[in-house]
Design a binder for this molecule. Sequence first.
Ligand SMILES: [Zn+2]
Length: 407
Amino acid sequence: MNKIDKDIVDYFENIKMYRRHIHANPEVGPEQPDTVKYVKEQFLNLEDIVITHKEEKAGLVIDILCASNGPTIAFRADMDALNLSETKSPNHLANKEKFCSLFENKMHACGHDLHTAILISFGKIIYNYRNKLRGKIRLLFQPGEEGYAGAKQMVEAKYLKEVQNVFALHCWPNLEVGQIGLKKGAFFASVDHFLVKVSGIGGHGASPEKASDQILAVSSMISNLQSILSRKISGLDQRVLSIGYINAGNKKSKGVLPSSAEFGGTFRTFDTNVQKKIKEELEIICKNTAKMIHNDCKVDIEYTNSYPQTINDNTSVLKLEEIFSDFIDDENLFLNYIPTLGAEDFSFMLKEVPGALFLIGTNSTNHNINKSVFLHNPTFDPDEKSMLFGIQSFKSIALSLLNNKII
Ligand SMILES: [Zn+2]
């Protein structure tokens, strides 16, 4: 039987209240000022609490000062939502219980509302233990995980300085409530986004020999790029390259060969050498393909929003295995869980300080896991009891690491 401490179970109504408030008020983008304000309000006027809120893009830091000197252990929650409109289905919990998003095209569809509620609740609960612990518990409420590298902003604001270990969790619909997934080393992939712009001589569709045909160049490049994965990278290396954007010409002028065309995509890997190789080959293929089509076809490639691989520290993972096995049965604790080609900007924090990201199951035990909706979906409907396990995980880590033991 999985065990959750009584003080966490007793706090469940508050946990749900935090989650539901944040869920109803999603904020998208690099800054979440209203969420920060709400989180801050939960910790005002308490002794032994230090609140740091310098600039919105670097989020909010709450320090809980314990009884004696010791290490600082940090816990991170991302707070941002996505540009999605929440389902109107009456079966969706947020509609049934009337806490659905108050805004069209904004929704907490990645579970960051749960993450934030877990971190607030953990802070409120562990606060009561501060006199029995040493050191400092740092709560990192991070903005802009979804493409804005908010974690990097927190690192640059020096919030990880003097932190000994940092931990984070992510909701995971492929696991059931009460299950935890964990892995040593690379757990989430790196993500690189690229935009390829091709420019040259436009012309009349009847005389392609007088133009440099940017559309033919772009379409050839897109086909050729897949050969990187199949011919240039070992089959043993996990990776993906996808094109998600293409634009050229004017649909009202189908007889015109445009002077420019562009496309963009993403590639993801678990290995920095593979990542480097894909980037190099992408440039070679695009430039050579352009040349093959026409000498006047010019290529310009932009890279943006790169997140590195999320690499869990092996020592920290071993410690988590020991801590989690105190309240999770063996069959529910997955110690070498499947890595994901999704990306996480917590990677920036793990480059700075050793620690680990782990996954908590959000799928209700009475649902078919194969049919459960994954993240970034307008019908994502996590079981709120999953938050109990998130809070228990953080609480057990804090009690273990700040209780006169050194990791
Ligand atoms: Zn997420």
